[in-house]
Structure formats: structure tokens, C-alpha cells
Ligand binder design. Structure first.
Ligand SMILES: [Zn+2]
Length: 328
């Protein structure tokens, strides 16, 4: 017996003992990108080697399972010790090119939640464009004036910290804006930078339709919805919220031939209004971004998730062990 196998048995026993057998706790991991990224202000990327190590560790020491199975087992109080589901948000191309081969090799199932308007549009996500425009020192007017509903906002753009402040301020405003406002502001920023199309975000890009279909063909993968334009659901007018949520389910059914079962809230924002819209759209469960364990008491439209850092398998093992133990 190798040290690894012995450690594995010990971890399993500990999880089983603490969780009192099969009534248990489960954990849902949240990833976005598997890529080597220089500027990553929102910590979205896990490097490919580390992702491979994390998945190998999950396979040997925990019980990776499809998200739908984990949710179902939790509700029936039949979660096996060490139950873990892997999820990805947004629909980045590297989910297909970098993550899928590892997931298939390690036989780790995953759910990928995609913002359907970005998939196939050939345009980068707006937050990656914001990073490219403001944090990679593209030429911009100084100061930068952005008209918003409540008047003009002005940001100086000379120094690195000024640009960082402009980036963070715009990110906050766009995150809470409706899809039309996001589009208007991005068009204005591109023009200010002298571009007539999207800024170069290097390899940060949504999947094309063909790529999404290729990903969906894998038995390891389930595709869920994440709105159309990646907008914060509870802040929207009812009509727009329905278009974003029901519309994303409709888009996926058209693209993949079957309706999605699951949804994940952009930015983790839900609240009673958000949950109601998602439930009425016919989804069976939905995930947020609050950390914590899944138990039989967990509301299926408020599934917690653990944001995975670009860190080694030891970090992930500690994180999971603390969440999966009743004291955690
Ligand atoms: Zn997202």
C-alpha cells in the first residue's frame, strides 16, 4: 500500500466518521478558466498543471459525481462521504481545450454554466475587455468620461493605480447595470481606445457554438444556463429578467437539443426575486457563490459553491475537508 493510498483511506474514514455515514455533506467547486493568465484581477483562472493535480486528487481521495446526482443524493440524505461536484461558470473556450481532457482522463464529471449570448458571438466577455482596456495600458483619453444614468462619471487614467480605480469602478457599475447599459458603455470604451471592434483579450474568449456542442457531446459534461448576457438577475425589471433566464434555457435547447436542468446566478446574485424567476423558468436547481456545504437542508435554488484558487492539491484537500466535516 502506497502512502498516497493509505492517506486516502484515512481521509475517507475521517470524512465518513465525521459525517455520520451517508447522511452527509457534499461540496460544489466553482471554476471559471483553466489557463495561464498574466493579469487576472478577479482570480478566474487556475493554471493547467494545478487543475490536473486537483482533479487527480479529487479522483483518488474524494467522491466526484455529477452535480444533479449530488443534489438528489443530498435531498434523499444519501450523500456518500467525500461527495464533490465540479462546476464551471461563463463558458470559456479553455473549458473545452484545457479542462475537458483532464476531466475525461480522471473521470471527473462537471457542469458548465454558459452565458448563451456570448457563446457563438465571437466576442470576449465584457469584464475581460475591461481588463484589456484599462489594466494592459491601452491608449485611453485622460480623463475618461463615461455618461451614466445618474450623470457623467470621470476617471483619470494616467497612472497604474488610477486605471485600477477606473477598472474597479466600471466593473461595479456594469455588474449592476442592465444588458443595454453594459453594451453602451463597452461601445463607448472601445471608441475611446480608438477601436472599432472588441479589444484584444488574448486567449480569454467564450466558446463558439461548435465548441459548445463538442463539449456537450462528452459524457463527462452537463451544460447549464447562466443567463444570456451574464447579468445580475435580481436587479433587472421582470421582463428583462425573464428574457435573460428563460431565454438562456431556450437558447441551450435550440443549440443542444435538450433543455438545461440547472442554472447558476451571474455574480452569485439571487435573492427571492432571482430564485423565483429561475424556478418559474423550469430549472430544477440553481447554484450561487456563497461558500458552504450541501446538506439535506440546503435549498436547491441556493446551492453553495467553493471558489477554487490557483493553488495546489493540498490547498484544495484542506478546503474540502474543512467544509465536509460537520464542524466546518
Ligand atoms: Zn459568471
Amino acid at each position: 500500500v502506497s502512502t498516497g493510498a493509505r492517506a486516502t483511506a484515512a481521509v475517507r474514514r475521517r470524512l465518513a466518521g465525521r459525517a455520520g455515514g451517508r447522511s452527509g455533506r457534499g461540496a460544489i467547486l466553482l471554476y471559471h478558466r483553466v489557463a495561464e493568465v498574466g493579469t487576472d484581477p478577479w482570480r478566474l483562472a487556475v493554471a493547467p498543471e494545478r487543475f490536473a493535480e486537483q482533479m487527480a486528487m479529487l479522483r483518488s481521495e474524494f467522491e466526484p459525481m455529477p452535480l444533479a446526482e449530488l443534489v438528489d443524493a443530498a435531498q434523499r440524505r444519501r450523500l456518500p462521504p467525500g461527495a464533490v461536484a465540479v462546476t464551471f461558470d461563463d463558458g470559456y473556450r479553455d473549458n473545452l481545450t484545457a479542462a475537458l481532457p483532464v476531466l475525461e482522463r480522471e473521470r471527473v464529471p462537471a457542469t458548465v454554466f454558459v452565458a448563451t449570448r456570448y457563446v457563438g458571438a465571437g466576442e470576449p466577455f465584457w469584464w475581460d475587455e475591461l481588463t484589456a482596456l484599462l489594466l494592459r495600458r491601452m491608449p485611453l483619453p485622460d480623463p475618461l468620461d463615461v455618461p451614466l444614468e445618474d450623470g457623467m462619471r470621470r476617471w483619470p487614467t494616467k497612472t497604474r493605480s488610477q486605471r485600477r480605480a477606473a477598472h474597479d469602478g466600471l466593473q461595479f457599475l456594469l455588474r449592476h447595470g442592465d444588458p443595454e447599459r453594459v453594451e453602451d458603455v463597452m461601445t463607448l470604451l472601445r471608441a475611446a481606445a480608438g477601436l472599432d471592434g472588441p479589444a484584444d483579450t488574448r486567449d480569454a474568449s467564450a466558446m463558439t457554438i461548435d465548441e459548445l456542442r463538442a463539449l456537450a457531446r462528452s459524457e463527462t459534461i452537463d451544460i447549464g444556463a447562466h443567463t444570456r448576457t451574464h447579468t445580475s438577475v435580481p436587479a433587472l425589471d421582470t421582463e428583462i429578467a425573464r428574457d435573460e433566464v428563460e431565454g438562456s434555457a431556450h437558447d441551450l435547447e435550440l443549440l443542444l437539443g435538450r433543455p438545461p436542468m440547472s442554472f447558476s446566478y451571474p455574480f452569485g446574485d439571487h435573492g427571492p426575486r432571482g430564485r423565483k424567476v429561475v424556478r418559474k423558468a423550469g430549472f430544477e436547481f440553481a447554484a450561487g457563490t456563497s461558500p458552504g456545504a450541501v446538506t439535506w437542508l440546503t435549498h436547491p435554488f441556493e446551492l453553495p459553491r467553493l471558489w477554487v484558487e490557483d493553488a495546489g492539491p493540498d490547498w484544495l484537500r484542506r478546503r474540502l475537508t474543512s467544509v465536509l466535516s460537520p464542524a466546518g
